[in-house]
Design a protein around this ligand. Structure first.
Ligand SMILES: [Zn+2]
Length: 423
């Protein structure tokens, strides 16, 4: 997986260097281009590219080194060689190769920027954060709007938790982007705004934190953590009613993530004067999405705490069929069975339901790099992309048949009024 990503990046770089502006300018303005063409026509260059495509980096380095010796001055071959050393983890050699290029007289501005960009990537790979920041910033001075430099710079700022700088960098990226890409930029800006709010929250600056969280929601109305955090701030400040409104807005805009606000809402509703709002909310969510096992779990817990364990158990059995993986469901079921003193028919039904279920682990998966996680994450720890996790669902093929077989039909004993109630 990793080598494929590397390969894609290398091939993209090759194409970029072969067809990009730097090449064109070099060819147009520099008398040395014939040398370079000779190198590109040499069998070593072609062999090197073939090995690269076949993901045989060592052989690629060997052949490209020979091609570089033939060409002498061929700038891009040395650039690529340096990049290959970096990909192999030989950061020192990569830096040497690229720094040597910087010493050359008569470097064109764009060539200079390309070398600096590669050097910045070397520094980043070697963990020399300050030098990497410097290199990427220098690239931008020479080539403002260089997307590659901007996105690398942003990731570095994010790693340092310099959210303000990351935000400004993302704004520059957004400014140069076409309209179709704007929603993705707004999505990321909202996460960065939320991060600024969390920093303010750590300083106990509630006013500033609330402004950041509101701005995040304004930027992207689907930003889940900003709703949670804004509601928390309002709750800390004693505005229970406002907090409830904020969390309900999350439920309305992203019902699949409503569960993140469940415990908050369950404790806030009674304080806001409503004891029935929470079970009503759960029932509405279940009616809108029959696959919602978390709303069933929350409703079951609520019912158990209100002295209705048998009703709770039915909701838990339904939820178990939808997501047999959730440990929380098994725990809740055993607690409930135990409180009912383990009635044999109900225990048998549980055993039967679990036997016919498919179990799987780490249900959250990054859409970009396939990294798996047991919990929902807002930023991928592997590829550092924002908001890329989806929940993988492997339910039994025929849920309805299983429910009918194992438990009474879903919703049979629900009040019709509850099922059809709307928010
Ligand atoms: Zn990822």
């Amino acid at each position: 997986m990793g080598s494929q990503v590397t390969l894609a990046a290398l091939v993209a770089l090759l194409i970029g260097l072969a067809a990009g502006k730097a090449w064109e300018r070099y060819k147009l303005r520099d008398g040395q281009w014939i040398d370079r063409r000779r190198a590109r026509e040499s069998p070593h260059y072609m062999l090197g590219l073939n090995f690269l495509v076949a993901d045989q980096v060592d052989h690629a380095i060997e052949e490209l080194t020979r091609a570089a010796q033939l060409s002498g001055e061929g700038l891009e071959i040395h650039l690529i060689l340096g990049n290959l050393y970096r990909e192999k983890g030989q950061v020192g050699r990569a830096i040497q190769e690229h720094q040597a290029l910087l010493q050359r007289p008569n470097l064109r501005k764009l060539e200079h920027a390309n070398v600096l960009l590669c050097l910045g990537l070397d520094y980043k790979a070697g963990g020399f954060v300050d030098r990497a920041l410097e290199a990427f910033s220098e690239v931008l001075r020479m080539d403002p709007g260089n997307e590659y430099a901007l996105s690398n710079l942003e990731k570095l700022y994010e790693e340092q938790h310099q959210w303000q700088e990351a935000y400004a960098t993302r704004q520059l990226l957004a400014a140069g982007a076409v309209e179709e890409k704007q929603p993705r930029h707004r999505e990321i800006l909202a996460f960065l705004e939320d991060a600024l709010g969390r920093d303010a929250l750590k300083r106990l600056d509630y006013g500033q934190a609330a402004r950041h969280f509101s701005a995040a929601i304004e930027m992207d109305s689907k930003n889940t953590p900003a709703y949670l955090n804004l509601g928390d701030v309002q709750f800390y400040q004693g505005n229970v009613a406002d907090a409830v409104v904020t969390w309900e807005r999350l439920v309305a805009t992203s019902p699949e993530r409503a569960y993140l606000a469940f415990s908050r809402l369950e404790s806030a509703y009674p304080k806001a004067g409503s004891d029935t709002s929470f079970p009503e909310l759960c029932r509405t969510l279940i009616a809108d999405n029959p696959q919602d096992w978390r709303a069933r779990l929350a409703l079951a817990r609520h019912l158990s705490s209100r002295g209705a364990p048998r009703d709770a158990l039915e909701r838990l059995f339904e939820a178990l069929v939808i997501n047999p993986h959730a440990l929380a469901l098994h725990q809740a079921i055993w607690q409930t069975l135990s409180s009912l003193e383990l009635p044999r028919p109900l225990v048998d039904r549980y055993v039967e339901l679990t036997r016919s279920s498919i179990f799987y682990l780490d249900p959250h998966i990054c859409m970009r790099c396939r990294y798996r996680s047991t919990e929902l994450l807002w930023q991928c720890p592997h590829c550092h992309e924002w908001n890329t996790f989806v929940e993988e669902r492997i339910a039994p093929k025929d849920i309805e048949a299983l429910v009918e077989e194992g438990t009474p039909a879903v919703g049979q004993d629900d009040e019709p009024a509850d099922l059809s109630s709307t928010r």
